[in-house]
Design a protein. Structure first.
Length: 255
């Protein structure tokens, strides 16, 4: 297992789904994990409790992203949690996972929904990373959760796909800038994952499950742990020579 002992990680949107799986995996690998959440305090507490019950270390960090003052709120909560755990204010791993979906083709998209999707998925990611850079230690990791829709046409969620495409450009540029500090910057792009976000149409619907599984070359619906394992690789020393790229975690969807 990768050894992240002594490392500190911040995972945004970590109270459930893919974010929770990432937080649990990084903690299992030895990192002290800040579990960011927007409003669901109970879910964040459940994530932290699961990590501590398994012998890991974690704390909640409440901040709704995509609103005024979001970065200040997040880093105030991060600093408070680090101090409570006797850690310094440095950071080794930043996982930008928080995101929302925008369902609808171009004809149905509204300016408010468009702006909200970009505010959470792209603007917040940009400025959270900006704030993290001065405290990110040399040799650190930035891992952005994007989506398979950056290579698979997704007209039914065009604004969402655009937010993720913007992150691709961000990652490429930042990887070049931070290379001299041995900080790697990469994307992980999931496909259809069995999480609460997809539960409404996927779980318990045999036809939907068969459709989703049929898209993947590996013939099943993805699990949050499938994604967290890829993130753990990039966060580990084994990922030290990978930067500026996207690791496809779609199970070979739409090949």
């Amino acid at each position: 297992m990768p050894d992240l002992a002594g490392k500190t990680a911040l995972v945004t949107g970590a109270s459930r789904g893919i974010g929770r799986a990432i937080a649990e995996r990084l903690a299992a690998d030895g990192a002290l994990v800040a579990v960011n959440y927007a409003t669901n305090e109970a879910a964040a507490k459940e994530t932290v409790d699961a990590i501590t019950a398994a012998g890991g270390r974690a704390f909640p960090a409440r901040a709704e992203l995509g609103v005024d003052g979001d970065v200040e709120t997040l880093f105030a909560a991060l600093d408070e949690g680090l101090r409570e755990h006797g850690a310094d204010l440095g950071l080794d791993i930043l996982v930008n996972n928080a995101g929302i979906s925008s369902k609808g083709p171009i004809e149905q998209e509204t300016p408010d929904d468009y702006d909200r999707t970009f505010a959470v998925n792209t603007r917040a990611l940009f400025f959270v990373t900006q704030r993290a850079l001065p405290r990110l230690r040399d040799g650190g990791r930035i891992i952005n959760i994007t989506s398979g829709v950056t290579r698979i046409a997704f007209p039914e969620g065009i604004a969402y796909a655009m937010t993720k495409g913007a992150i691709d450009a961000f990652t490429l540029s930042l990887a070049k800038q931070l290379g001299p500090r041995q900080i790697t910057v990469n994307n992980v792009a999931p496909g259809i994952i069995d999480t609460d976000v997809n539960a409404g149409w996927l779980r318990g619907n045999a036809d939907a499950e068969a459709y989703a599984a049929g898209l993947a070359a590996l013939g099943r619906v993805g699990l949050a742990q499938d994604v967290s394992g890829v993130v753990a690789f990039l966060a580990s020393d084994d990922g030290r020579w990978v930067t500026g790229t996207t690791l496809d975690a779609t199970g070979g969807s739409n090949l």
